[in-house]
Design a binder for this molecule. Structure first.
Ligand SMILES: *Cc1c(COP(=O)(O)O)cnc(C)c1O
Length: 368
């Protein structure tokens, strides 16, 4: 009889470390919840769009019924926005769900999955969750080394993850480099292009990756409503891919993985251009506020294309944890990234100007 429950590959999983909830920090440090600033999970500082709140209020009346398992209206809205057929879309309970679904749909135990060092933690979890072998490719300048990733693909590889922009480092790869990479990847290897921060890209960096799906039958583009659209708590994401991939993902997907309120809110947010523009403006200004302060404090940071910045707060491997604790005591929650192998760094989400100022003052105190 086995001595422990579960397969070895499940026991080997290191649980995901989420940003600390405000209520927990208030309890632990004896602080007033209202005074706490949370810049830890790359959420939208404006919260839920008004348009989504209204759509949810209207949808409450039908909560006694199951959600639309096929997400007909949301898929129709997405199909129109991205100019793809509705049956090229898979809905996810957040895009996290999409990443898990892709692993379950395309990989079996013993096969391999390629992703980059310092890329999103969920790639490791999804890989381990199906008993697959991870091929972690060393980063270049804190970002993806696409040449090395292409070279790392082996005979067992079935899936490859790219985060663009990447979390937690904020690095970005331009359209030409991604497309050159897609042309090199063997056609039986599925590439998940995770674009959770796409909406924050400067206009010059934007490109229609959704249209590449027409050209590359092995490409899955993954997006989310959690970041720019302000719906992190509702859990809605989606994937765009050709029918052979989409069909498999929909077999693995739980039938009701996106609830009714989330579907209604997402449709409203998708059509709320003003909300996105407000968020983008705030993000660009907040980024300037951060990097000017980091420059003044002499702190190294990785230039970011997302709604967060990775900053080095010390030269020893306790620095991240130490400065994080000093910030928590002042009621500021940010994200330590020691679990990513970056113990000297912290990741700070860009908030409202006042929240950014509170963080920067607390950081200055913490470093003094
Ligand atoms: C936040 C994030 C996601 C997932 O967010 P969901 O809330 O699950 O949609 C996916 N990829 C990256 C790189 C992220 O940072």
């Amino acid at each position: 009889m086995p001595k422990q429950f579960g397969p070895e590959y499940v026991r080997a999983i290191a649980p995901y470390q989420a940003g600390k909830p405000i209520a927990e920090v208030a309890r632990e440090f004896g602080l007033d919840e209202a005074s706490i600033v949370k810049l830890a999970s790359n959420e939208n500082p404006f919260g839920v769009p008004e348009s989504s709140k209204q759509a949810m209020a209207a949808a409450v009346a039908d909560l006694g019924r199951y959600p639309d398992a096929n997400g007909f209206e949301l898929k129709a809205a997405l199909a129109a926005r991205y100019d793809v057929p509705a049956d090229w879309i898979t809905l996810g309970n957040g895009s996290n769900d999409i990443l898990e679904i892709a692993a379950h749909a395309f990989v079996q135990g013993g096969q391999s999955v390629v992703y980059s060092q310092y890329s999103f933690a969920v790639y490791a979890l999804a890989t381990q969750g199906v008993g697959a072998r991870a091929i972690v490719v060393p980063a270049r300048d804190y970002g993806h080394d696409l040449d090395a990733m292409a070279a790392a693909i082996d005979a067992d590889t079935r899936l490859l993850f790219i985060a663009n922009p990447n979390n937690p480092t904020g690095t970005f790869i331009g359209a030409a480099a991604i497309e050159a990479f897609l042309q090199r990847v063997p056609s039986h290897v599925v590439v998940v292009l995770d674009e959770a921060y796409n909406e924050f890209l400067a206009p010059d960096d934007q490109f229609e990756s959704a249209q590449w799906v027409r050209k590359y039958p092995n490409l899955v583009v993954s997006r989310t409503f959690s970041k720019a659209y302000g719906l992190a708590g509702l859990r809605v994401g989606f994937a765009i891919a050709q029918p052979p991939l989409t069909d498999l993902m929909n077999r693995i997907r739980q039938p009701f993985n996106v609830n009714s309120l989330a579907q209604a809110a997402a449709i409203a947010a998708l059509n709320d251009r003003a909300f996105l523009e407000q968020g983008a403006r705030n993000n660009a200004a907040g980024y300037q506020q951060f990097v000017e302060a980091f420059d003044a404090l002499g702190l190294e940071y990785v230039p970011s294309h997302g709604n967060f910045v990775l900053v080095r707060v010390g030269a020893d491997d306790q620095a991240g944890a130490r400065v994080n604790l000093a910030l928590l005591k002042q009621g500021v929650i940010v994200r330590p990234v020691g679990n990513y192998g970056l113990p000297q760094w912290l990741r700070i989400s860009i908030g409202l100007p006042q929240e950014n100022a509170v963080f920067l003052a607390a950081l200055t105190t913490a470093l003094a």
